[in-house]
Design a binder for this molecule. Structure first.
Ligand code: PRP
Ligand code: GLN
Ligand code: MG
Length: 512
């Protein structure tokens, strides 16, 4: 779940793309990148780090042009090397830079195909470089000196035929404009909006509507599954459905955890969906424990705040913030290694003793995945004197790997693996645990868009993969390739090293 943005404006785009990336930072903390285009030339800056670490004034000054795309990365394929930060670039045809949120499930086959049939070279282990080369090859096959929007859309149709998985994509084509498209299942989000300026209309495409809000863009609509949007250099907007068969099955986990609450995804207000999750949880508690003895309900900041508050209201129990979050530490779940995740929880959350002493406390989190957060939090609550600690999760237990852009490759790493719900409660040290039912979770989200959404990519909860190409052998290979032990090497070099050297050794041109 990286964050992407594309912009066609009437003046320099660098600052607006930077601003958009700062509000998409929660979707990827490992690397950031931007490509701008002044009509003839691309300017690229990408590196490991947070947005404000990657783009210094000297880089911003050189990111020229009124057209560009940006990316924040949370790796789900390949390595964490700076060379695999996005956007990626190919010089032919025209010059194309591309950034991608999601994960391709047939990347390995495509690499082989690209080499043998398309006669193209892939220089990294990134699936996004694969996606770019498939698109570039298909656009080249149109053999147009000047491509029309229909030629570009035709290439996107071919991409949909060759590529499998979850993908929301932005690309800039030198001299022509910005293209964005979404996979035929609409697994990853993509929205667009416009802004009026005295010089004319500007258009932005982004992972989440919050990116539009903060720069004064008005949200127009979500990009439909399989649909592509092309904005030319004058700001003219063209859209076309490019996939033969589509169904909207967005990732349910976006609504649980990934997205910001102030975003609207597929016409659903994420904040409201989380409020409904809290109400459903309260109803379940009422059913299971009609005479409960909960003194206080507490969220585990940040993401569970919305549902915990609503849950407390519906149970008529006091809501209190008992954990104070260090605002300078990022999201722990999307950190690249278990050691780092473990160490971050205690540094990130500190309890206020007064709120726990001799109380029966119900802690609420949006989800329990590896149990990193919940285990430590329950212990912290006990250490500061809670009499009993209950735990509620606004999502069902996460039991199955994700293959569409969330780095959860290994079932053994989930605390729910081979455990019943009660056993999960025991494993995190809680006196009682309650999980949301999957149907209740789906209803909480769907209530925001009853016409459009018939189902979700809920694979992490039920093991059903909407693209139909995932079998046990695939999951086994993924586990071997990307489990925490397999990732140890990139993890140690990732944040602590001087990555200037590494980036220079890799082949990617950028502004330094
Ligand atoms: O069971 P786990 O493996 O710990 O994963 C689940 C936890 O991780 C996330 O928090 P995170 O700190 O990433 O972000 P937040 O501040 O948005 O809640 C999520 O909100 C849960 O608290
Ligand atoms: N989280 C994502 O969307 C990842 C995008 C891409 N698969 C990468 O690893 O860079
Ligand atoms: Mg959390």
């Amino acid at each position: 779940m990286c964050g992407i943005v594309g912009l066609v404006a009437k003046s320099l785009v660098n600052q607006t793309i930077f601003d958009a990336l700062t509000v998409l930072q929660h979707r990827g903390q490992d690397a950031a990148g931007m490509v701008t285009c002044d009509g003839n030339r691309f300017f690229l800056r990408k590196d490991n780090g947070l947005v404000n670490e990657v783009f210094r004034t000297r880089h911003m000054k050189r990111l020229l042009g009124n057209v560009g795309i940006g990316h924040v990365r949370y790796p789900t394929a390949g390595s964490s090397s700076a060379a695999e930060a996005q956007p990626f670039y190919v010089n032919s045809p025209y010059g194309i830079a591309l950034a991608h949120n999601g994960n391709l499930t047939n990347a390995e086959e495509l690499v082989e195909q690209i080499f043998r049939e398309d006669l193209r070279h892939i220089n990294t282990t990134s699936d996004s470089e694969v996606l770019l080369n498939v698109f570039a090859h298909e656009l080249q096959r149109q053999r147009k000196l000047k491509p029309e929007p229909d030629d570009i859309f035709e290439a996107v149709s071919k991409v949909h035929q060759r590529v499998k998985g979850g993908y929301a994509v932005v690309a800039v084509i030198t001299g022509y404009g910005v293209l964005a498209f979404r996979d035929p299942n609409g697994i990853r989000p993509l929205v667009y909006g416009t802004r009026s300026t005295p010089e004319g209309e500007e258009c932005m495409v982004a992972s989440e509507s919050v990116a539009l809000d903060i720069s004064g863009f008005t949200r127009v609509r979500d990009i439909a599954p399989g649909e592509a949007i092309f904005i030319d250099l004058e700001g003219n907007v063209f859209t076309r459905q490019c996939a033969e068969k589509t169904q909207l099955t967005p990732c349910l986990f976006e609504f649980v955890y990934l997205a910001r609450p102030d975003s609207i995804i597929d016409n659903i207000n994420v904040h409201q969906a989380r409020m409904r999750m809290g109400i459903k949880l309260a109803e379940k508690v009422k059913l299971m424990q009609p005479d409960h003895d909960i003194d206080v309900i507490m969220p585990i900041p940040d993401t569970s705040r919305t549902s915990a508050l609503e849950m407390a209201k519906h149970l008529n129990v006091t809501f209190r913030e008992g954990f104070i979050k260090n605002r300078y530490i990022g999201r722990t779940f999307i950190m690249p290694g278990q050691t780092q995740r473990n160490n971050s929880v205690r540094r990130k959350l500190n309890p206020i003793e007064l709120e726990f002493k001799d109380k029966v406390v119900m802690l609420v989190d949006d989800s329990i995945v590896r149990g990193t957060t919940s285990k430590q939090i329950v212990q912290m609550a006990r250490d500061v004197g809670a009499r009993k600690v209950y735990f509620a999760s606004a999502a069902p237990p996460v039991r199955f790997p994700n293959v569409y852009g969330i780095d959860m490759p290994s079932p053994e790493e989930f605390i729910a693996h081979n455990r019943s719900e009660d056993e999960i409660g025991e494993a995190i040290g809680a006196d009682w645990i309650v999980f949301q039912e999957l149907d209740d979770l789906k209803e909480s989200v769907s209530a925001g868009n009853t016409d459009l959404i018939k189902d979700y990519d809920s694979s992490v909860f039920d093991g059903y993969y909407v693209t139909g190409d995932i079998d046990a052998a695939y999951l086994e290979r993924l586990d071997q390739k990307r489990n925490d032990a397999a990732k140890i090497a990139p993890e140690t070099t990732d944040h602590d090293h001087d990555h200037e050297d590494e980036a220079e050794a890799d082949l990617h041109t950028e502004i330094r």
